[in-house]
Design a protein around this ligand. Structure first.
Ligand code: FES
Length: 257
C-alpha cells in the first residue's frame, strides 16, 4: 500500500455548474504525475472514506484536480477552507502512454463530462513533445462547460452539448460527422468518459487506430485490494482487471465494456 502524504488546499474555484477545481500542494517531494493517474483524498471533517479524483494538471509544486459534486465527500471538498490539510494517496494507477506518440504525429483526445479533466495534462504533455492535438469534448449544456479556453491553448477544441446550446448538438459521436473532425486523421486516440461514450469510441475508432480508454469504474479501496472496480479481460474470460490498479487506462482491445 502506498504511503499517504499531507497536502494543503491552496485554491478552489467553481468552474462550471457543480464542478470544482482544487489546487493541492504536497508537504514533501511529489512524484511526477502520469496523465490519467489519480489521487485518493480524505476530504477531512467527519469523513472516513477516501475519494479518487483525477489529476487535471500538475507542475513542480502541486496538483490541480477537477471534480463534480456527487455526494457528501465531494460536497465537503467543494467547501473546504483554503489552507485545509488533507491526507492524500497517490498518484495511483496506470495512465496514458504519452511517450509512445512521436513529434509530428496527431493525437485525438475524446472526453465526456468529468472524464474530461485528465485530457488537459495529457494534452499539455503531448504538445510539449511536438504532437498535434485535437480535443472532442462532450458536455450536457452550456453551463456545464469548463476550461474551454485552457484546452484551446493546446489545440483545436470541438464541443458537443446534449441540448445543442454550444457546438454540435448530441454527443462526441455527432462531432465525428463534422468537417473539422473528418479533416483530423489521428495516429492515436485517447479517451476518458462514461462507458456509453467509451463503447462508441471503441467501436467507431479503435478498429482503425491505436486507442486507449480510461475507465471510470466505481472504486472503493483504489489500491487493488478489494476488487470493487473490476472489468472483463477481452483476452481471457476467466480473468478481470482491477480498474484502479491495472488501469484506469487500458488499450481498447484489452477490455470488455
Ligand atoms: Fe479496490 Fe479497485 S477499488 S481493487
Amino acid at each position: 500500500r502506498p504511503a499517504p502524504q499531507m497536502m494543503e488546499l491552496t485554491d478552489r474555484q467553481e468552474i462550471a455548474r457543480g464542478v470544482y477545481s482544487v489546487r493541492l500542494i504536497p508537504d514533501g517531494p511529489m512524484p511526477r504525475a502520469v496523465p490519467g493517474t489519480f489521487l485518493d483524498l480524505l476530504p477531512g471533517g467527519l469523513h472516513v472514506l477516501r475519494r479518487p479524483l483525477s489529476i487535471a494538471d500538475a507542475d513542480e509544486e502541486g496538483y490541480t484536480l477537477i471534480f463534480r459534486v456527487v455526494g457528501r465527500g465531494t460536497d465537503e471538498l467543494s467547501r473546504a477552507p483554503l489552507g485545509a490539510r488533507m491526507d492524500v494517496l497517490g498518484p495511483l494507477g496506470h495512465g496514458f502512454a504519452s511517450d509512445s506518440v512521436q513529434s509530428g504525429q496527431r493525437a485525438l483526445l475524446v472526453g465526456g463530462g468529468v472524464g474530461i479533466p485528465p485530457l488537459y495534462l495529457l494534452g499539455r504533455r503531448l504538445v510539449e513533445r511536438g504532437v498535434q492535438v485535437q480535443f472532442r469534448l462532450g458536455f450536457r449544456s452550456r453551463n456545464d462547460i469548463f476550461w474551454a479556453d485552457e484546452f484551446s491553448q493546446l489545440g483545436e477544441v470541438l464541443i458537443s452539448t446534449d441540448d445543442g446550446s454550444v457546438g454540435t448538438r448530441g454527443t462526441v459521436a455527432q462531432i465525428a460527422e463534422t468537417d473539422a473532425a473528418r479533416r483530423f486523421v489521428p495516429d492515436i486516440v485517447q479517451a476518458c468518459g462514461p462507458i456509453p461514450m467509451l463503447k462508441w469510441v471503441k467501436s467507431a475508432l479503435a478498429p482503425t487506430v491505436r486507442t486507449q480508454l480510461s475507465l471510470e469504474e466505481r472504486m472503493a479501496c483504489a489500491v487493488g485490494a478489494c476488487y470493487a472496480c473490476v472489468i472483463g479481460d477481452a483476452g481471457d474470460p476467466d480473468h478481470q482487471f482491477r480498474v484502479c490498479y491495472e488501469g484506469p487506462v487500458f488499450e481498447a482491445e484489452e477490455v470488455v465494456l
